[in-house]
Design a binder for this molecule. Structure first.
Ligand code: AMP
Ligand code: ZN
Length: 498
């Protein structure tokens, strides 16, 4: 065991690292806000889901039995113009809202599969939990923390704050400042007692297509309500971990806490975990700003932001080389560096598998190497510090390469230590990080890079000489073995086809 023999997590609510102690020893309940399934996810969304996948995998690695719930938002998440995201898309594509939901749910799953993430244990949808949402509105009303206006029901943030003094605690906002800021539901602003009050049930206009009967009106639930309801239903009134991107802290998670306390009288979550944003060229990757790259564009290289395509495992590795609470800027250079690093580790692991030792007992390096392996666990126990853990795998690879190349005697490690190295490397690389050995092969390898440089130069020469037969032969031949070329301003780059 290393120095930190307990998992410590950074709790956004206390703004401190805390020892992780689940409510029921050995079991963890974890809820993560999933996507609104009205369009394809972008790479920023993917970063958040990959981060929680690693957390899920590591908790299981530690031996916890985890119930991981990640929802799909399919109603109630409104755009600034007051229109429901799903309904608007259904009108645009001229299909049923539920076809939109299915289409983008499938595409979301396909995308996450590319990155080898595990499925959650439950993936509930908001529209599948209307009865429970109506019941929670009733509870909040009965407890006096909501009021009805013209068929809509609003959460009374002022009364709530007077009673519990904690509205704004998670996001660090002051209720007076919220007065000026909350503009979520402009259309119905005059119905509210206070601008920071938010709708938990909304009366639907006639033209609205997704609507249900309720005691107050034919309408639909407010966006924040579904997460309160579905987390409570599947994980209980208080559960261990709630996650999401840090852009959801306010208003979404703040309002979730208020709703749960308003309905059940207790705070729902022990540890709030928030991921930081993926940036592109220094700016948050976001659909509304148009500053996005889709996973497919990045993998195929079909985007002005990259010179070539990248294997999804390389993209994932690039993400894991930064901590989930740090911002991460996506650049072509950083991806190229990640590609080289990823290749070094896959080759390291392959070489490790082939290593043998003639040292039956302890070798002279055993202590050093076992110490290094313990540090990987320490790093992961320290709020899932993947970049540090990966740097240890690089250190380990240096030992492996020296053993492989004979710079260290084969008997420098004993049998047990060698087995420990093999087990630990595989456990972290394949099981905890969910990376794979057979991706990215070739890229980052000096010989392959050299050969490809030569082939590309010959093709370039053929093109200059208008020798189209040869240049086509090269392009088609590479295509046949799964390599694509992309011609750009900076020259021609190659990548493996996905
Ligand atoms: P949405 O579908 O917009 O609700 O987003 C789904 C998840 O992705 C949420 O947890 C967001 O916080 C997260 N997210 C959105 N944009 C980014 C980004 N640029 N980087 C990381 N996570 C993001
Ligand atoms: Zn949510």
């Amino acid at each position: 065991m290393g120095l930190i023999d307990q998992l410590v997590v950074f709790n956004s609510l206390s703004r401190k690292k805390e020892v992780f102690e689940p409510q029921i020893p050995g079991q963890v309940g974890m809820y993560v806000c999933g996507p609104t399934v009205y369009s394809d996810v972008h790479l920023g969304n993917v970063r958040t889901f990959i981060s929680f996948d690693i957390i899920y995998r590591y908790l299981q690695h530690l031996g916890y039995k985890v119930r991981y719930v990640r929802n799909l938002t399919d109603v109630g998440h409104l755009l600034d113009d007051g229109q429901d995201r799903v309904s608007k898309r259904a009108r645009l594509e001229q299909i049923e809202p539920m076809e939109i939901v299915q289409k983008y749910t499938n595409s979301f799953h396909d995308t996450l599969r590319l990155f080898n993430t595990l499925s959650p244990n439950i993936e509930p949808r908001a529209t599948g939990h209307l009865i429970e949402q109506i019941e929670m509105v009733q509870e909040i009303l009965a407890n006096g923390f909501a009021y009805e206006r013209n068929g809509s029901v609003y959460f009374d943030t002022v009364k709530f704050h007077e009673t519990f003094k904690n509205y704004g605690e998670l996001s660090g906002r002051k209720i007076e400042e919220l007065f000026a800021e909350t503009r979520e539901d402009l259309k119905n602003q005059d119905e509210k007692n206070h601008p920071s009050d938010f709708a938990i049930w909304m009366k639907a206009a006639d033209e609205h297509i997704m609507k249900w009967n309720s005691p107050w009106s034919v309408g639909f639930p407010g966006w924040h309500l579904e997460c309160s309801v579905m987390s409570t239903k599947y994980l209980g009134e208080t559960f261990d971990i709630h996650g999401g991107g840090n852009d959801l802290k306010f208003p979404h998670h703040e309002n979730e806490i208020a709703q749960n306390i308003g309905a059940k009288g207790k705070a729902p979550v022990k540890y709030w975990l928030h991921t930081n944003m993926l940036l592109m060229n220094g700016k948050k990757m976001s659909k509304s700003d148009g500053n996005t790259i889709s996973p497919e564009e990045l993998i195929s290289g079909n985007s002005p932001h990259v010179t070539k395509g990248y294997d999804p495992m390389v993209v994932k590795f690039f993400m894991l080389q930064s901590h989930y609470r740090s911002t991460l800027d996506l650049t072509d250079e950083a991806l190229q560096a990640a590609e080289k690093g990823y290749y070094k580790l896959t080759e390291g692991l392959k070489a490790l598998e082939k290593l043998t030792t003639d040292q039956a007992g302890e070798g002279q390096l055993d202590q050093e190497i076992n110490g290094l392996l313990d540090l990987i666990t320490d790093d992961m126990n320290d709020d899932f510090n993947t970049p540090k853990a990966i740097s240890r795998l690089f250190d380990l690879t240096n030992y492996i390469n020296k053993l492989k190349d004979g710079h260290l005697a084969a008997n420098a490690v004993g049998t047990e230590c060698l087995e420990h190295m093999k087990r630990a490397f595989k456990a972290f690389f394949l099981d905890v990080f969910g990376l794979s050995l057979d991706s990215g092969a070739g890229q980052g390898d000096d010989i392959v890079e050299g050969l490809m440089g030569l082939v590309i130069a010959i093709r370039q020469k053929a093109r200059e000489n208008k020798n189209w037969e040869t240049s086509d032969q090269i392009r088609d031949g590479l295509d046949n073995i799964g390599i694509q070329l992309k011609d750009g301003k900076e020259g021609t780059v190659w990548s493996k086809k996905s």
